[in-house]
Design a binder for this molecule. Structure first.
Ligand SMILES: Cc1cc2nc3c(=O)[nH]c(=O)nc-3n(C[C@H](O)[C@H](O)[C@H](O)COP(=O)(O)O)c2cc1C
Length: 213
């Protein structure tokens, strides 16, 4: 089947994208507002961008609030700092609780019964029980489209990385069995990592004009 997206509605396009782009990692983003009130919400249009500088991206959709921005985006644009916490199987339900469209005055850490931990270089707190947290500074925002279905791409540089001691070794390998990350699929489905396979990457050798395996 071929689908010309120009003939489809915005909700249909969204459904197709989240069904095809799978599994997606989840950035559980903590921020503070101008008065210091904490906010926490998940975003799965999330990925790494580069390592020099270490950079990550999240895409935050437009909403029907007064200024059209979700609290997370407003806070990031006002304060210039945020923390991306990774979600594991144990934290999945709490993460889901923080996706409720609460009024701005609600602190989702409290609403979901989560403990805050201080960050080191940024002001927003971390999720104390998260296996990994990345303290980020805003690098840039890029508006993508207008109206329903539009979003703002947020790029942040990572200044401090927190990794739970038991999931990292001295060679900086992360133990997936202990991390137990979850990924988001379409609708309300999620994935766990139960099976992993290895595949060596071959390289083209300029001298021998052959592929080295
Ligand atoms: C697993 C998951 C992934 C989500 N991913 C996104 C996303 O990538 N972009 C987005 O705008 N909203 C996403 N949402 C919805 C937001 O979490 C939701 O709108 C939240 O209320 C925003 O909170 P805020 O207004 O406090 O920023 C996601 C929700 C869940 C449960």
């Amino acid at each position: 089947m071929q689908l010309n997206l120009q003939t489809l509605s915005q909700p249909e396009i969204y459904k197709l994208l989240i069904g095809c782009i799978v599994p997606r990692p989840i950035a559980w983003v903590s921020t503070i507002d101008v008065d210091g009130l904490p906010n926490l919400a998940p975003f799965s249009f999330f990925n790494g961008v580069g390592s020099n500088p270490p950079a990550v991206s999240i895409a935050i959709g437009a909403t029907d609030t007064q200024d059209g921005r979700k609290d997370t985006l407003r806070n990031i644009q006002t304060v210039g700092e945020f923390v991306i916490n990774m979600v594991n199987e144990t934290l999945a339900e709490a993460m889901n609780e923080t996706s409720i469209n609460y009024p701005s005055a609600v602190n989702e850490f409290e609403a979901a019964g989560l403990i805050m931990a201080s960050s080191v270089v940024v002001q927003p707190p971390r999720v104390a029980d998260a296996p990994v947290s990345m303290e980020c500074n805003l690098y840039t925002t890029v508006p993508v489209g207008e109206g329903p279905g539009s979003s703002t791409l947020v790029i942040g540089t990572v200044t401090m990385l927190h990794v739970r001691d038991d999931i990292i070794n001295e060679r900086l390998h992360i133990d997936l069995q202990r991390l137990q990350p979850i990924g988001r699929l379409a609708g309300s489905s999620y994935a766990c990592i139960r099976e992993v396979f290895d595949m060596q990457r071959a390289r083209y050798n300029d001298q021998t004009k052959q592929v080295d395996r």
